[in-house]
Design a protein around this ligand. Structure first.
Ligand SMILES: [Zn+2]
Length: 85
């Protein structure tokens, strides 16, 4: 069973709960059942659903992309400042 992160709509507390898909969890802080599942599911190692790996690959790729954009931006700034690379 995956661990889901929940957010309490009554008090705003966030907590993780081991529940079946689509099941709700009561807030441990105030006991309210008005909780909603936060989309960033946390899974125990080795038990990730198939889609999670795809998503993390995608986010790693985006991180690389944005890192490259930053480096390009800094090179352009250095050139604009008259420095040689
Ligand atoms: Zn609560």
């Amino acid at each position: 069973m995956p661990i889901y992160e929940f957010e309490c709509e009554a008090c705003g507390a966030r907590f993780e709960e081991l529940v079946a898909a689509n099941a709700a969890a009561a807030c441990p802080a105030c006991g309210s059942e008005r909780t909603r599942r936060v989309l960033s599911a946390v899974s125990p190692p080795g038990r990730q659903p198939r889609g999670a790996g795809v998503r993390s690959d995608e986010s790693r790729r985006r991180e690389r992309e944005s890192g490259r954009q930053e480096r390009i931006g800094e090179a352009q700034k250095r050139r604009a400042a008259g420095e040689k690379p």
